[in-house]
Design a protein around this ligand. Structure first.
Ligand code: UD1
Length: 339
């Protein structure tokens, strides 16, 4: 079954891990990335892990002409996994047009050029952010979507709508994957998350604090209605997430989909609090983390975790790694950056 897959944003965090899984499963992988938030050396790391070198093109999806030329130069692409997007929540509130321009135009140009090239399968990288604070937990794919708190979150919601509309009017088949909180890194520690500047997300901030790059981890709020007062999320190992992309693209290529546009939650189904994360990290890695409680972060929800049963039964996918493995791999990755 394997064929030729275009991975946009393939040198980024989730994209790079997905490229590894695709190559290990005999797909030809073509990466396009504008390198705005990643490094071209990631291509070599992917090759080191898999023994196969993905084809890399530096390209910005907002440049429609280059994208058209890319599809002309690379005929026979079977499907696209679309990661390339800006993803910093806080920055998106500061510069909303930057986010709407990049994330929406990238999606539109990609779908347009795919259509022209006769490429009719897309897996889209979406987020549980589209649910906001759900009324019922665990959250299923049928839960009502809430108004996005940030322009970033809104671009995920709008891109899902664009994909669905394009599926409805062309031969395109699409799968939107709604990720919960991806953390961890490949066990080789050759690839992982490389936040530029001060990390926004919990685990990169935590590992940078543990290694001494940051003085103290600020825990945003300890007065939530949760078992220890800190916010709860469904953390998922990035390699589990990567495997789900393989299952999703296989489903499209083998025509196993039940509907031409489908949505799947990707989470473990278990929620952990910020304190659970800190204490587990300290226990499994044998390091102390300096932390302090501060006010809630504006826009944060109290708690969310997935009902992943649709992905379990339909995609045949299940998250395998537990929290300890995720936090061990995150620490190994942080330490590897010192070298
Ligand atoms: C955010 C985004 C989500 C995105 C995800 C991964 C929002 C509303 N959601 O999720 O769309 O897909 O990042 O990029 O922004 N925390 C601390 N101290 C820190 C950082 C975080 O206590 O320094 C806490 C947060 O309050 C939260 C938990 O840790 O309870 C997880 O936060 P974070 O890693 O930033 O992810 P989300 O906000 O859940």
């Amino acid at each position: 079954m394997p064929g030729k897959i275009l991975v946009t944003g393939g040198t980024g965090f989730i994209g790079s891990h997905t490229c590894v899984v695709l190559l290990e499963n005999d797909y030809d992988v073509l990466i396009v990335d504008n390198l705005s938030n990643s490094n071209v050396e990631v291509v070599d790391k992917i090759a080191q892990i898999t023994g196969k070198t993905p084809h890399f093109t530096k390209l910005d999806l907002c440049d429609e002409k280059s994208l058209t030329d890319f599809f002309t130069d690379n005929p026979g692409i079977d499907g696209v996994i679309h990661f390339a997007a800006y993803k910093a929540v806080g920055e998106s509130s500061e510069f909303p047009l930057k986010y709407y321009h990049n994330n929406l135009l990238g999606m539109i140009n990609l779908l347009k050029t795919m259509d022209q090239a006769g490429c009719d399968k897309m897996v889209f990288s979406s987020s549980c952010t589209v649910y906001g604070q759900p009324d019922v937990l665990p959250v299923t794919e049928d839960a009502p979507l809430k108004k996005a708190f940030s322009p970033y979150g809104n671009t995920k919601k709008i891109c899902e709508d664009i994909l669905q509309d394009q599926v409805g009017s062309t031969a395109l088949k699409g799968i939107a994957l709604r990720y919960f909180n991806p953390i961890g890194a490949h066990e080789s520690a050759l690839i992982g998350e490389l936040p530029l500047g001060i990390p926004n997300n919990l685990v990169p901030y935590l590992t940078q604090t543990a290694i001494g790059k940051r003085e103290s981890l600020k825990v945003f709020g300890n007065d939530y209605n949760t078992h220890d007062g800190t916010g709860i999320r469904d953390y998922i190992h990035v390699m589990d997430l990567a495997r789900a992309h393989l299952d999703a693209i296989n489903r499209l290529i083998s025509k196993k989909y039940k509907e031409e546009y489908e949505i799947f939650n990707l989470g473990t189904g278990t929620g952990y609090s910020v304190l659970d994360i800190i204490l587990t990290f300290e226990k499994v890695n044998g390091v102390k983390v300096n932390y302090e409680f501060v006010d809630r972060r504006p826009g944060d929800i109290e708690k969310v975790w997935a009902d992943p049963s649709k992905a379990n039964s339909e995609l045949g996918w299940k998250a395998e790694s537990g929290l300890e493995d995720m936090l061990r791999s995150a620490w190994k990755w942080e330490k590897s950056l010192l070298k």
